[in-house]
Write a protein that binds this ligand. Structure first.
Ligand SMILES: [Zn+2]
Length: 628
């Protein structure tokens, strides 16, 4: 049985007495993620968000109600023009640093660059001479390959940003950021399955749900779901949701967003900085600024509204999810379950009145990051405590933006309420960690307090600020972390290795997990197994490839004769080797860097001929990491 939690109420905001007559709007201040959306997916180019600058003119919903409240409602003005926000998402943290390329002047900046390239493992190490010659150019390009940047030898804002982020994170050189992870066992995989599907029954190593009830046009499922959605949505409709924010409400938001971003980046730096990413991704460490928008005037298409209905139907915190439980709807089953789920969702938003109501609720939502822009309803965050509430919310939203695209893809493929647990549940799992870290030193941290509180700062700390944010259910994340470990969870979430949550073969999902989540039941059994390459190998060759100290037969017999030759396919046990399951973004240089080894060591271990560091590794490939 699923234990149901009451709707969230942010007691800190209620205690603050802000807009007490609209307390229902605080029942959830957590935003959502849109199915299939990957905030840092390649197709979402920086600055490409049409939401910015979209002008709604004098568009009105419920004109009568609004006329009664505000006889002369001002025209909706794009958030960007009233708040001086530029559409670009790439900031220039190294704006004091000039753009460098081969032949550039600025010897002092070049010396700093050369020092950082050396710290990041430039081979051969550069002479720090302030001259940007061919060797510095080659090292710059290799650095760009390793960190998923455009490989052009030009040190501009993104490359400086990555250099600065590495420095801020205290990361020098290739770092074994995956050293704390462990392959997931078959038992742990099953525990994760149970945690993701609390309503299902386990039998014989698999998870099952009884058949769906009430399916069909006009059937009980449709009736109950639509009634539950109507109750939820109409209780949140308010004409004021669509009143644009006034500047005095919006002004502090930019600074609070920047402070929240920096806090999260610093706390999870080693994962974020070392994650594989593509040059076209919108997020790059040190050179990204959260794009912000005003929720009250945001564009909402019917398609987007349908994605929100998806969220309202599947998020376990809301009543409609009870209808799914009652009717045994298992959206990992195509028919009738998922077909019915989709039909009723689309039926809901196809009704004009219902669509307008949903749009109104979306515009009143405290914050949401599903499109890559964080839309804020500023009314939710007034006063000093409101600003801290926004800081906590912005940490959550920023975590959505640095959730690795491959993890987001895996969660979307799993779908349903399991997806909610993977996205919202884990986002709050990480929000709580970083918040509690900040909270414990907050009294003395006047810099951060002044940044967040702005003109409302007072030296005496209001204890209400120290409260944890309200969160999505932590039941599944806690259970999963207990099974696979915190390091696995972090590397899955920030670096995209869904296999480290045991997602893959045997995971119930709405869409195939092929190439996204590639865990296999044998992963932990074969963790230290080595398979002899084609053509056969001598013990000496195997030792060289794997850097083995000890080589054993599978029965534990030590292999001591270096001239002994094994046939292709023969299996041996080599303590200290490790396997890395490649994700779609992984390149050779990135994988080598993440394990603290050189590109050459990686290629030798896997019997690959030498290629450039930005050569992609096919997703799902098991890459041998030599002992190191
Ligand atoms: Zn969220």
């Amino acid at each position: 049985m699923r234990t149901r939690k009451p709707p969230f109420v942010r007691s800190s905001e209620l205690a603050n007495g802000v807009i007490p007559d609209r307390s229902r709007f605080w029942q959830s201040s957590s935003p959502l993620e849109i199915a299939g959306e990957t905030p840092s997916a390649p197709e979402r180019q920086p600055g490409g968000d049409q939401a910015f600058g979209h002008h709604f003119g004098n568009f009105r919903l419920h004109p009568n109600a609004q006329t009664g409240l505000t006889p002369s409602l001002p025209p909706v003005i794009p958030f960007t023009s009233t708040h001086g926000i530029t559409i670009q998402t790439q900031r220039t943290p190294g704006s004091s640093r000039p753009t460098l390329r081969q032949g550039s002047p600025h010897p002092e900046d070049i010396e700093l660059l050369q020092e950082r390239l050396n710290a990041d493992g430039a081979t051969p190490a550069l002479e720090v001479d302030g001259i940007f010659g061919p060797l510095t150019d080659a090292a710059t390009r290799e650095f760009q390959r390793r960190h998923g940047l455009i490989v052009d030898g030009i040190v501009g804002p993104q490359t400086w940003g990555a250099i600065n982020a590495l420095e801020r994170a205290g990361i020098a050189g290739p770092e074994d950021v995956l050293s704390g992870t462990r392959p997931v066992t078959a038992e742990q995989h099953l525990e994760v399955e149970q945690a993701l599907h609390p309503n299902a029954q386990i039998s014989g190593g698999s998870v099952t749900t009884p058949p769906m009830t009430g399916a069909g046009v006009g059937g009980e499922f449709e009736q109950h779901m639509i009634a539950a959605l109507d109750t939820l949505i109409t209780s949140r409709v308010n004409p004021e949701n669509e009143m644009p924010a006034s500047p005095d409400l919006m002004d502090p938001i930019r600074e609070i967003a920047d402070a929240a971003q920096q806090t999260v980046e610093d706390f999870y730096a080693r994962y974020i900085v070392m994650a594989s990413r593509t040059p076209t991704g919108s997020y790059h460490p040190g050179s990204f600024r959260i794009p912000l928008g005003d929720a009250s005037t945001r564009p909402v298409s019917r398609e987007y509204a349908a994605a929100w209905i998806d969220y309202f139907m599947s998020e376990p915190s809301y009543e409609p999810s009870q209808v799914l439980t009652d009717h045994h709807v298992d959206t990992s089953r195509d028919r009738p379950d998922r077909a019915e789920y989709t039909r009723v969702r689309d039926l809901y938003v196809s009704n004009d009145t219902r669509f307008r109501n949903v749009r109104n609720v979306i515009r009143g939502w405290p914050a949401e990051a599903g499109s890559g822009t964080v839309f804020i309803q500023p009314r939710e965050y007034q006063g000093g405590i409101g600003r801290w509430s926004l800081f906590k919310t912005m940490m959550h939203e920023f975590l959505h933006l640095v959730t690795h695209p491959n993890y987001a893809r895996a969660a979307a493929a799993v779908g349903g309420s399991a997806r909610q647990a993977l996205i919202e549940g884990f986002t709050d799992h990480f929000t709580l960690q970083v918040w509690r870290h900040v909270r414990d030193s907050l009294e003395a941290n006047h810099t951060l307090r002044q940044r967040v509180e702005g003109n409302l700062f007072q030296p005496d700390l209001d204890p209400a600020i120290l409260e944890d944010p309200s969160t999505y259910s932590q039941e599944a994340p806690e259970r999963i972390v207990a099974a696979v470990g915190e390091e696995n969870a972090r590397v899955a979430y920030f670096m995209g290795h869904a296999d480290l949550l045991g997602l893959g073969a045997g995971t119930r999902s709405e869409a195939p997990l092929t190439g996204i989540a590639t865990w296999e039941p044998t992963d932990s059994d074969t963790a230290e197994q080595y398979t002899v390459h084609a053509g056969g190998e001598t013990v000496a060759q195997i030792r060289e490839r794997t850097n083995a100290a000890t080589i054993m037969e599978l029965d534990g017999t030590a292999v001591v004769d270096d001239t002994q030759r094994f046939a292709a396919g023969h299996r041996l046990r080599i303590p200290g080797i490790r396997w890395h399951r490649a994700i779609a973004e992984d390149t050779r240089a990135q994988v080598a860097g993440q394990h603290g080894i050189t590109l050459e060591q990686l290629e030798r271990a896997n019997g690959w001929t030498h290629r450039r560091g930005d050569t992609p590794i096919p997703p799902g490939t098991r890459v041998l990491i030599p002992r190191h």
